[in-house]
Ligand binder design. Structure first.
Ligand code: OOG
Ligand code: MG
Length: 262
């Protein structure tokens, strides 16, 4: 760790206030170029601690930057992880007030729900599939607190990986009957198809993103508990949205989920 505890707390407050007040900020590595990975996750942990202290519950985890499309779009090369708080969850078909967000984008994802704990190191696709209760379509709404979505990896980790809202819906799928690599997805905005892909875009298999998450948590002595919702990462580039837009994600064999922006 390179940053003092006091600086970590100040940066957590700055980033969380940006989230809560829908304001952007320059990336934090501009002022702290020497900060390291542990500092970045310590800032994210401090944001989580602040939310829990205010009564929020943590309802899931997310892996991010797990597809080449996303890595290329954001100019970074390593997957990252973050947490999902209760108020990020929006009902299927629900509405999101863009006045509470900065510059939202939507991502088509496949979400996993576990029925057994997963712990790294050495977690792999087969362990993830054995521990999966079901998979379900998910739209993640990301909203980087950084000006113009411009960041480096440490800045984005500190900012809880741009997490903002998410929607899950459609059919709960049993992984035994699915080949998630070839599972196709279509993302529609206002009735027009705007992005297409297949599960293999995410690290070759979306379950690999969950395994990677378990392995990253394992390095910190943590695990993915049973009953955890996990967003496995955007399959395509993220698509910008604004008030008035309606977005639907269709996933082959798993139905669809939608969200509107006002
Ligand atoms: C970081 C979050 C990325 C994903 O699914 O790749 C993410 C960002 O691109 O702002 O959630
Ligand atoms: Mg995502």
């Amino acid at each position: 760790m390179k940053l003092a505890q006091e600086v970590i707390e100040q940066l957590a407050i700055r980033l969380e206030n940006c989230e809560l007040q829908a304001q952007d900020t320059p990336k934090i590595t501009d002022d702290h170029p020497d900060m390291d990975w542990d500092d970045a996750y310590a800032i994210q942990d401090e944001i989580k601690r602040r939310k829990i202290a205010r009564g929020a519950r943590i309802v899931g985890l997310k892996a991010g930057l797990t597809s080449h499309a996303k890595m290329k779009q954001m100019g970074v090369e390593t997957p990252v992880f973050g947490f999902l708080a209760d108020y990020f969850s929006v009902a299927d078909g629900g509405e999101i007030d863009t006045g509470k967000l900065i510059h939202p984008k939507v991502e088509p994802e496949i979400a996993f729900v576990t029925k057994a704990p997963l712990r790294g190191p050495g977690c792999h696709i087969a362990a993830v599939l054995a521990a999966t209760d079901f998979v379900i379509p998910a739209i993640e709404i990301i909203d980087s607190r950084y000006r113009d979505f411009k960041f480096d990896l440490k800045s984005v980790v500190a900012d809880n990986c741009s997490s903002s809202r998410f929607v899950v819906g459609g059919r709960m799928g049993d992984v035994a009957g699915l080949d998630l690599r070839t599972t196709g997805i279509v993302l529609e905005k206002n009735g027009e198809p705007v992005a297409f892909g297949a599960g293999a875009a995410v690290l070759g298999h979306p379950a690999a993103a969950v395994a990677m998450l378990a392995n990253m948590l394992g390095e910190r002595g943590e695990e993915i508990p049973a009953g955890t919702l996990i967003l496995s990462g955007g399959i395509t580039e993220a698509v910008a949205v604004q008030a008035g837009d309606a977005v639907t994600l269709r996933v082959q064999g798993l139905g669809s989920t939608s969200v509107r922006f006002r």
